[in-house]
Design a protein around this ligand. Structure first.
Ligand SMILES: [Zn+2]
Ligand SMILES: [Zn+2]
Length: 131
């Protein structure tokens, strides 16, 4: 179950959805990320682990493999230029790919923050549902 909160600017119409569960992934040997969305995320991740370790002839446990390869990308907003992006703060640079500033904020923390689009309003969150 994922919960969604929609943050809307009090001045312009700019709105952003914040999902509470992020985007879980495994990186493959080349670093490319494969995403596992619910439902069935856990069993799909185990299936991926089996294929990948067989391919590389590795003898890792699922826990070791997950430790090395897994991550979770959240949704982030640049407070400087308004660009939306997905990042894993444990592994990724937190510099905005648009304006090159380190001004990313997690979508879940937008309550009361200034709107980067119009620079006049602030965000207000409203619970919008579960999927
Ligand atoms: Zn605004
Ligand atoms: Zn930016």
């Amino acid at each position: 179950m994922a919960q969604c909160t929609r943050f809307t600017c009090s001045h312009c119409a700019f709105g952003i959805d914040s999902w509470d569960d992020g985007n879980p992934y495994f990186a493959d040997a080349a670093g490319k990320r494969h995403y596992f969305y619910h439902p069935g995320g856990e069993s799909a991740m185990r299936a991926y682990y089996q294929v990948e370790t067989a391919l590389l002839m590795e003898t890792k446990t699922f826990a070791e493999f997950a430790q090395e390869r897994s991550g979770n990308e959240g949704d982030w907003l640049c407070e400087n230029c308004g660009r939306q992006t997905q990042r894993d703060p444990r592994r990724d640079s937190m510099r905005c790919s648009g304006c090159k500033q380190e001004t990313l904020i997690a979508n879940s923390r937008l309550e009361g923050r200034p709107c980067p689009k119009c620079k006049n309003g602030t965000f207000k969150g409203e619970f919008t549902g579960i999927s």
